[in-house]
Design a protein around this ligand. Structure first.
Ligand SMILES: CCCCCCCCCCCCCCCC(=O)SCCNC(=O)CCNC(=O)[C@H](O)C(C)(C)COP(=O)(O)OP(=O)(O)OC[C@H]1O[C@@H](n2cnc3c(N)ncnc32)[C@H](O)[C@@H]1OP(=O)(O)O
Length: 194
């Protein structure tokens, strides 16, 4: 049984998403948005280290290898970790819109158990945009990019300003991010090209 709750249905005035002209080309890796990100960063020992690539239009593909640190039941991925993989993949779509956005709502279907050692092949696309609201969906398959569906999600992301992070984030991490020239370059790219 699966369905979409009303908060995930685009309003009548929603429009099709527009890929930003400076978005990475299809096939190009997106890279981590933050080294300490549990979803995509390379500096988190037990993080997912999810690697996303730009697709056509406003879509991405990504891969995540389930490691022993990601277990819930013996030998199986934790559902929350799989939801994180979906959330991270959906979040990476915002690079193609050149919009800073955070997850407001994430609705997940767990269809098949995902064993440790499995590569989860994810794909995601933005389906509609209405003002600050970005509607998207993602699918995770096992056994190959065309394999059976293991998880899927629909999401609503809400566009925010950089202030969202600087006002709410713990000061020591914000300071470190502000001192990192790469981090600042990425954020400025969003601010200059909204
Ligand atoms: C130096 C620093 C560098 C930083 C560099 C950062 C780089 C880029 C990092 C990106 C990172 C991504 C990582 C992966 C994705 C996450 O994991 S993000 C983390 C998880 N998400 C959060 O923490 C968000 C927490 N929630 C919030 O902060 C606030 O609720 C939000 C989402 C910003 C919305 O608050 P708001 O701005 O006051 O907006 P609000 O008026 O409430 O809602 C706007 C509209 O959305 C609708 N809405 C809001 N929430 C919902 C909901 N849950 N369901 C349905 N509708 C909703 C409202 O009904 C409203 O609709 P309209 O009335 O316009 O039709």
């Amino acid at each position: 049984m699966s369905g979409t709750s009303s908060g995930l249905t685009p309003p009548a005035d929603a429009v099709a998403p527009v890929r930003h002209p400076d978005a990475p080309a299809p096939g190009e890796p997106l890279g981590a948005h933050y080294g300490q990100c549990f979803g995509c960063g390379g500096e988190q020992p037990h993080g997912l280290r999810l690697e996303a690539r730009a697709g056509d239009g406003v879509s991405v593909t990504a891969e995540f290898t389930v490691r022993p640190a990601h277990q819930g039941a013996p030998g199986l991925a934790h559902g929350g970790v799989l939801a994180t993989a979906l959330d991270e993949t959906l979040g990476s779509l915002n690079w193609l819109l050149r919009t800073i956005a955070v997850t407001g709502r994430l609705e997940t279907d767990f269809v098949r158990p995902v064993p440790v050692g499995t590569v989860l092949y994810l794909d995601a696309e933005v389906t509609a945009v209405a003002g600050r609201k970005i509607y998207s969906r993602a699918t995770g398959r096992i056994g190959g990019p065309e394999g059976p569906v293991a998880v899927r999600a629909e999401a609503l992301f809400i566009e925010v300003k950089v202030d969202h992070f600087t006002e709410h984030g713990r000061p020591q991490e914000i300071r470190a991010a502000m001192d990192d020239p790469d981090q600042l370059r990425r954020v400025r790219a969003f601010e200059v090209n909204p």
